[in-house]
Design a protein around this ligand. Structure first.
Ligand SMILES: CSCCC(=O)C(=O)COP(=O)(O)O
Ligand SMILES: [Mg+2]
Length: 231
């Protein structure tokens, strides 16, 4: 039974730890990227997106003069949400998603809530560190089938870092909504703090591997959350 009710014009959702499990990223997607990254880059170095990501990796690297691929592999090991890594991961994962090696993980309660909100005409948007291209793959090849039509918009760190309030203001503007009319759901307290500073409504999603935080209204499952659509 729902015990938390919000009124919103758009629901903006984080992926990892919120609607999908963290372990899918750490146990499935990250190892796949680790195993295929070097070969992928060698075969696609002429693609502008790959060349740009390599250039950005060198610019962001903590240690100068280290091979860009070694830096990227180190970032995978640390689960670093570095934008050039996330862009490259999306490209590397394409074959795995399209070939059926894995499907985007989604919690059953999240699928039910997304389906319900979509059927009610409530626009749904995603804001993830995963690139928009990777998000498209994730939902086109999810455990619940092709859910891409359910989503109105996708945002990644091209809109700014997820821990900066300005990013949420940009997203609200892109959605054509006042910040207060957007509800943001995430497992990350730092993200919720940034979104709240920007004026969004926020809800903390506390899954099995997330520490609760008394500062935020929270749910353990989307079954507990009701969203009434603002006109
Ligand atoms: C959609 S790509 C897979 C998820 C991913 O790479 C990621 O970094 C998820 O981060 P989030 O901001 O959704 O917690
Ligand atoms: Mg997350």
């Amino acid at each position: 039974m729902p015990h938390l009710t919000f009124q919103a014009a758009v629901v903006l959702l984080d992926i990892e730890g919120t609607i999908g499990s963290k372990t899918f990223l750490t146990q499935v997607l990250a190892p796949y990227a680790r195993n295929h990254l070097r070969t992928y880059i060698a075969q696609h170095a002429d693609l502008p997106a790959v060349a740009q990501a390599l250039q950005d990796t060198v610019a962001l690297a903590d240690t100068p003069n280290v091979d860009a691929v070694d830096t990227l592999l180190q970032w995978i090991a640390e689960d670093r949400k570095a934008p050039p890594l996330k862009k490259l991961q999306g490209l590397v994962w394409q074959k795995g998603f399209e070939g059926g090696d894995f499907q985007g993980h989604l919690y059953a309660d999240a699928v039910a809530a997304l389906q319900h909100w979509h059927a009610e005409g409530l626009p749904l948007a995603i804001y993830s560190s995963g690139s928009v291209q990777a998000q498209h793959l994730y939902f086109a090849h999810s455990v619940a089938g092709n859910l891409r039509p359910w989503f109105h918009s996708h945002f990644d760190t091209d809109s700014g870092a997820k821990v900066e309030a300005a990013s949420y203001l940009r997203i609200a503007q892109a959605l054509g909504q006042a910040p207060a009319e957007v509800l943001f759901a995430s497992d990350s307290v730092a993200e919720l703090q940034a979104a709240q500073i920007a004026g969004l409504q926020v809800v903390h999603v506390v899954r099995e591997d997330t520490a609760p935080d008394a500062r935020f209204a929270s749910v353990q499952s989307f079954v507990e959350l009701q969203v009434q659509r603002l006109p």
